[in-house]
Design a protein around this ligand. Sequence first.
Ligand SMILES: NC(=O)C1=CN([C@@H]2O[C@H](COP(=O)(O)OP(=O)(O)OC[C@H]3O[C@@H](n4cnc5c(N)ncnc54)[C@H](O)[C@@H]3O)[C@@H](O)[C@H]2O)C=CC1
Ligand SMILES: N[C@@H](CC=O)C(=O)O
Ligand code: NA
Length: 823
Amino acid sequence: MGGNMKIYKFGGTSLGSASRIKKVADIIAGALHQDELVIVVSAIHRVTDLLFESATQACSGDSGYRSTLNELDHLHISIADELFSGSLLDDVTASIRAELSELNDIVQGVFLLRELSEKSLAFVLGFGERLSARMVSSYLQERDIAAFYLDARELIVTDTNYADARVDTHASGQQIRKRLLSLEGVPVVTGFIAAAPDGSSTTLGRGGSDYTASILGAALDALEIWIWTDVDGFFSADPKRVRDARILPYISYSEAMELSHAGARVLHPLAVQPAMKAGIPLLIKNSFNPAAKGTRIEGVTPLDFNRTLPVTGLSSINKVVLLNMSGSGMVGVPGIASRLFTCLARHRINIIFISQASSEQSITLAITPSQAAKAKKILEEVFRVEIEARQIDPLVTRRNLAMIAVVGNNMSGHPGVSAQLFETLGKNGINVIAVAQGANEMNISLVIDAHDEDKALNCIHESFFLSQRKVHLFIAGTGTIAKSLIGQISAHRLNLQQDNDLDVVVCGMANTRQILFDNNGIDLQNWESALLPRDEYQGIEGYLQLIREKNLHNTIFVDCTASAMVAEMYPDLLLANISVVTANKLGMAGSWPLYRRIRDAQRRSNARFLYETNVGAGLPIINTLNDLKNSGDKIFSIEGVLSGTLSFIFNELRKGGRFSEIVRRAKVAGYTEPDPRDDLSGADFARKFLILGRELGFTLEYSDVVCESLVPEEYRGEMSVTEFLDRLSGVDGWYAKLIEDAAREEMTIAYAGEIRDGKATIGVKKVPLASPIAGLSGSENMVVYTTERYRATPLVVRGPGAGGEVTAGGVFADILRVASYLV
Ligand SMILES: NC(=O)C1=CN([C@@H]2O[C@H](COP(=O)(O)OP(=O)(O)OC[C@H]3O[C@@H](n4cnc5c(N)ncnc54)[C@H](O)[C@@H]3O)[C@@H](O)[C@H]2O)C=CC1
Ligand SMILES: N[C@@H](CC=O)C(=O)O
Ligand code: NA
């Protein structure tokens, strides 16, 4: 073999069926026009798992191992049936059957002895590659390619750690060159397996065929090593978890190593080393899409791949256990770490992550769950004396954790990376349990709750890789306000994407009867027909439970209901670090204990809680009040009209309309509460004053607001909204007269209120026709703040204070305020 040689390694999915193997042969045949090739193959998809299953079944005395072996037989023979015919089929079938019969003997032995050593298991697992290499080499011959089967046990020498053997690079290199450099043709080498010096079979660890390819490439000084798999290359994050992940056209050896160590399954972590040492580029290619450029892994960044981003990629290991050893007796005592690592190494416990703070009080390790119990036992034994003497505390393990690695050569010397990382995690309420960063500054690893893994990956990815950020909305209520809100989001979404780099994604909608979810965004044109009936038991709690389970990053819950039950959920939402934007007043105007719980939750949460539309709909009333207060102004009084409905009623009565008919019009216009009696009774107005009073710092309950009702005495019993509206015409005459009488005195009637000295009173007032209140029209609200700074001329906020569009606009603005905090 000469200097133009490449290693092509094909993974199990690339060989998963006869048609896949044909595609692989096409790739090889195409490449042979210009290159010499050495082929390395993994076992066919699922085969290693079946081999493992057969062996463990046999060991536990389960005769089901026979049907597992039959399945292996069927899988290989049926592929052969499709690939071959005539005498070649007979030959291939015979060679497969010969391998399988040897396998059968071994597994039967395991069954009889009920004993499965690492050595026997390594032998059993090696059959997968033996079978696939036979199949592929024969099929290449069928395609007139001078291929031949080559067992890697004749090439790669390892120690006797059968499951995860260490390679003797020198001896292997010599054997590889001796066997291969003189040969003509295309060798098809079994990946994964190797041999100990005594010739017994060993394996290079799960996924070790990549390693085989790299060892061969290094020994033969190949031009390139191509790893053919089923994805287009290394992604910036696992695309199954992060939808916006992108292909990385180039990464360095060290980045590849860091990423694959931390869970990126594209490449076996050990496979980088031999290639890196020999300076041979590794390429990740997709056998399902050979035209895709793939990822090139090399030492020096080619100019056209030069990157400016500090972070190259993310990866994660979704099951780790943290083992924490701490105690005052560890401080300043040399040798503790050495004893710890030596004993774990001796027992081949793989440490994924280490962290120790400068206080030396504790050392935290992350290990795989399968090794956790063993590791704990070993350490308890090694440090028994110190634990008994209470110099070291009892060891603590913590499960259900995930480790995330943020990797990039450019992170080194780039201030702000960790700040950005922890900020985005913090705002999303993701608790970082442990952190490690080495002094090479190219990997920050963190351990978090496993439940937060996808959320963390997505928010970190978005923060470092994407110019466009997302917020995920879950809306409760599908009535007037929600409908207008959806319309506004739908109309403005593209502008926000283009001008503000913000994507507002509506992921959930629910009312009392129906529900709709889509993590990727509900179709805002057709959401109403897509709503599905919700199960009885799924009240608002069910909706919230689903939102929590989805655990999307940058989530905002938007309350467009008038439900007390929904408002009761705000503290839980905030404590789950879900931001809340609400038009519903029953939280901030709820009972004092609920109000306190919301405020406390808000203080303890990293999420935001905004409710500007609770008072005067979209008008800036609460924000104005807080700006005055926060900037040190003293507020003497707040007066005004804070009911759109009542304002509309009196404004229309002045023009000569009928009371009952005006109330109906207010309802149709979307000014009223779902039940207009909430407006007519003054309750809605009172709630707004209650909110303003609390905002001013007063401890007020609803009953503290003195409030006059417009619901006539005789209609106050139990009745439906429709019945109430039907009967309301009975008071038309009375209101007409009231306005007429007042007009004769150059006065008119309005419903207004004031807060002064901690007391809130609201009710029907006679005001001069010349007063600003009498000048209101439509649903206009007006708030007059008399303050130290605005004493001679009070500050006035005036404008439409009810209705779908203005309220939804206010809700939307609050959503964007939360978004600008989150992203
Ligand atoms: N209409 C307006 O001008 C303004 C309204 N608001 C507030 O906006 C909120 C919504 O008002 P509208 O849209 O006019 O009311 P609406 O009656 O048209 O809609 C309310 C929606 O909430 C849903 N809902 C009720 N209880 C629920 C629960 N437990 N779980 C899930 N969904 C539930 C209903 O099914 C309905 O879809 C109210 O709190 C109101 O006070 C605030 C400012 C102005
Ligand atoms: N029903 C309310 C709507 C705003 O909160 C009103 O009439 O003001
Ligand atoms: Na407002």
